[in-house]
Write a protein that binds this ligand. Structure first.
Ligand code: OOG
Ligand code: MG
Length: 262
């Protein structure tokens, strides 16, 4: 930790305002090159508290940069974690308004819904599968607040890992008897295949990302509550979208989900 509380609070307000007003900012490590991941997660926590104070509910959490495709695309090398607020959620088949966003991209993900709480340390694939109620296909809409979507890990953590919107499909699938690693993933934009993948792209098994998230929260004295929705991370590179685009995702055995951009 290198920054004092007033600086952390001022940076939280600065980054959150960029999200709320849909304008880009330069990455905060340009002005605070000495800041570390503890500072960055402290800023993210302050943004979460600002939203809760305004009446938002936290409905889940996410892991990001959990696939090599994503790490390579963004030039970074380790997973990061963020939270999901109620207003990030959009209905399947509904509309995302580009006017509320800066430069949105979409990612195909497997979302977990928990029936039991999960607390680290010591969570592993087995604990995650045992605590999972069901999984659903999800399109995450990420929208870095940083200019040209360019950042380092410290800046992106402070920006709640580019979290912006998400859409989940409506059919619940049990993980029992399912090999999540071999599930095929097809992301289409305007009726054309835009990205292809399989579950194993995420850390060889998407439940590993959820275990890492629970262990990360455990180290900070927090846990994943029952009922939480967890995005396990983009399986392919993220795909840029513009007004008029229609995006749909199909995951083998899990059904589909879609969103339009207005
Ligand atoms: C960071 C968020 C990455 C994922 O699923 O990998 C993410 C970013 O690329 O802007 O959500
Ligand atoms: Mg994501």
């Amino acid at each position: 930790m290198t920054l004092d509380h007033p600086t952390l609070a001022q940076l939280a307000e600065h980054v959150e305002n960029a999200e709320l007003n849909a304008h880009d900012i330069s990455k905060i490590t340009d002005d605070y090159p000495e800041m570390d991941w503890d500072d960055a997660y402290a800023i993210q926590d302050l943004i979460r508290q600002r939203k809760i104070a305004r009446g938002a509910r936290i409905v889940g959490f996410k892991a990001g940069l959990t696939s090599y495709a994503k790490m390579k695309q963004m030039g970074v090398d380790t997973p990061v974690f963020g939270f999901l607020a109620d207003y990030f959620s959009l209905p399947d088949g509904g509309e995302a308004r580009c006017a509320e966003l800066i430069h949105p991209k979409v990612e195909p993900e497997i979302a977990f819904v928990l029936k039991h709480p999960l607390s680290g340390p010591g969570c592993h694939i087995g604990s995650v599968l045992a605590a999972t109620d069901f999984i659903v296909p999800a399109i995450e809409i990420i929208d870095s607040r940083y200019r040209d979507f360019k950042f380092d890990l410290t800046s992106v953590i402070a920006d709640n890992c580019s979290s912006s919107r998400f859409v989940v499909g409506g059919s619940m699938t049990s993980v029992a008897g399912l090999d999540l690693r071999t599930l095929g993933v097809v992301l289409e934009k305007n009726g054309q295949v835009a990205a292809l993948g399989a579950g194993a792209a995420v850390l060889n098994h998407p439940a590993t990302a959820v275990a890492m998230l629970a262990n990360h929260l455990g180290a900070r004295g927090e846990s994943l509550p029952a009922g939480a929705l967890i995005l396990s991370g983009g399986i392919t590179e993220a795909v840029a979208v513009s007004p008029g685009d229609h995006v749909s995702l199909r995951i083998q055995g899990l059904g589909g989900v879609s969103i339009r951009f207005a």
